[in-house]
Design a protein around this ligand. Structure first.
Ligand code: 4AD
Length: 431
């Protein structure tokens, strides 16, 4: 009996751990809860203290009310806290729920003098970019990362719903898919290998695209995709280039026209964007209201061309098709029936960014592909790629969408370095 009474008392004292987003729904009003997070603001009055706790689950923070006697000198902007108490309906319209604290524990203090963010100050994206280890504590960057996570899920779900098989294409590869020579070489570093010894016995690089590996798999699964990091040693500090970026790539067998391909590109873009806009209302709104600095354009000629085209078409996304033969990589399908020598390649250009997506039908005709590889001096490297044309080849095509450029596009973010957790570009690899 004594044990049961004690046990019941113990159970009664057990608070339900809630995420701030769950607490803010109001469904748990009256419950004894525990919330953990970081302090976003503190205000003291004669009898009470008020502070906001944010745990990254939503843009909004939960207001905590406590008696002045519970104040702690360590309870400052940026400190980590654990608060237990009762969730109450708040008299304020803007903040429907508040937590009446019974116990406050400062888990990790934060010296406000040294902390690089100041309470109630809106810091610029340029400023927070210098602090890659702390910028996730700001509203703007935490919103961005929640949106990024939702967009990732939305893209995976689009492909899953449309019968695509996800393939983990390799990060280390021996081919340069784009043939542009923007490769990072992979070499061992350690006592087991000499300076001139090759770990893989062939030159190996970080992948610039998973396309060729997807083409292999499209020959068995018909529809495949991959979504992972890709690397380009581009000596560029531009607003739309990174050395490490994420690419969404799809490859579809039995595709005979660019129209079939652009339909999938458009469908995926729409479906992912609709889901992000529906599920990340507050986070997206923050960008559209406060962060967007207005579109600026890069200044190289190519970007200027893209800008002109998008503007000419009324500032909407534009597909540009049938590029000159010599401008596209060896894999693009030759449009033999056109008066000018072109390939069945397509780029999707969007306002504010320029090129967001590149794709093409792939050359599936063995003789033409062999001739092309010979022309560019690659005939010895790609016998396996030619095999794909020998054993049950079908017309196929695919595309790659730059995920960071996609986020820039839907949020209106000027600089690509502000839409990736840890940006890598020439002369910069912080953390
Ligand atoms: O146009 P790209 O080079 O196409 C390919 O790599 C194809 N093999 C893809 C495929 O068909 N499977 O790159 C595709 C997209 C570009 O449209 C752009 O959005 C993005 O990748 N991209 C970059 N994003 C950030 N930083 C860079 N350095 C980028 N280079 C390309």
């Amino acid at each position: 009996g004594v044990f049961l009474v004690g046990f019941r008392r113990y159970c009664k004292k057990t608070s339900t751990k809630l995420r701030v987003s769950e607490a803010l729904t109001g469904a748990e009003v009256g419950a004894d809860v525990k919330v953990q997070g970081w302090v976003r603001s503190v205000r003291s009055q004669k009898n009470n203290i008020f502070f906001h706790v944010n745990d990254g689950s939503s843009l909004k923070s939960l207001q905590v009310v406590a008696g002045a006697e519970m104040n702690d000198p360590l309870l400052t902007f940026g400190s980590a806290v654990e608060v237990t108490g009762i969730l109450k309906k708040s008299p304020h319209q803007k903040q429907p729920v508040e937590l009446e604290a019974e116990q406050i524990r400062v888990v990790g203090g934060c010296n406000p003098v040294d902390f690089p963010f100041k309470i109630k100050e809106r810091h610029s994206l340029e400023y927070i970019r210098q602090l890659p280890h702390l910028r996730c504590r700001t509203n703007a960057f935490s919103s961005l990362l929640r949106i990024r996570s939702e967009a990732t899920a939305a893209i995976h779900s689009y492909f899953k719903d449309h019968g695509f098989v996800q393939i983990h294409t390799p990060i280390i590869t021996s081919n340069d898919c784009e043939g542009a020579g923007e490769l990072f070489k992979v070499e061992p570093s350690g006592p087991d290998f000499g300076d001139d010894e090759e770990f893989f016995s062939v030159p190996a690089f970080l992948t610039v695209s998973g396309q060729l590996h997807l083409e292999v798999m499209s020959g068995a699964f018909s529809r495949v995709y991959t979504f992972g990091p890709t690397f380009r040693a581009e000596n560029s500090q531009s607003r739309r280039h990174l050395a490490e970026f994420f690419m969404v790539e799809a490859e579809i067998s039995f595709t005979e026209s660019l129209k079939d391909l652009t339909k999938v590109m458009e469908d995926m873009f729409r479906s992912a964007t609709e889901r992000v806009l529906a599920r990340c209302v507050e986070d997206v709104d923050l960008f559209h209201r406060h962060v967007t600095p207005g579109h600026r354009w890069g200044c190289d000629l190519m970007t200027e061309h893209e800008k002109h085209l998008v503007k000419h078409c009324g500032n909407v996304p534009v597909f540009v098709t049938d590029y000159p033969y010599d401008l596209k990589p060896f894999y693009a399908r030759d449009n033999q029936d056109q008066p000018r020598h072109t390939t069945a390649a397509v780029d999707l250009l969007v306002p504010g960014i320029g090129e967001l997506c590149g794709g093409s039908l792939r050359e599936e005709r063995l003789d033409l592909l062999m001739a092309r590889l010979k022309q560019v001096g690659l005939e010895d490297n790609y016998s396996w790629y030619l095999d794909l044309r020998r054993f049950g080849a079908v017309p196929h095509g695919g595309f790659g969408l730059g995920f960071e450029r996609y986020l820039q596009c839907i949020l209106g973010v000027d600089n690509i370095k502000d839409v990736i957790p840890f940006p890598r570009f020439s002369h910069s690899c912080l953390l």
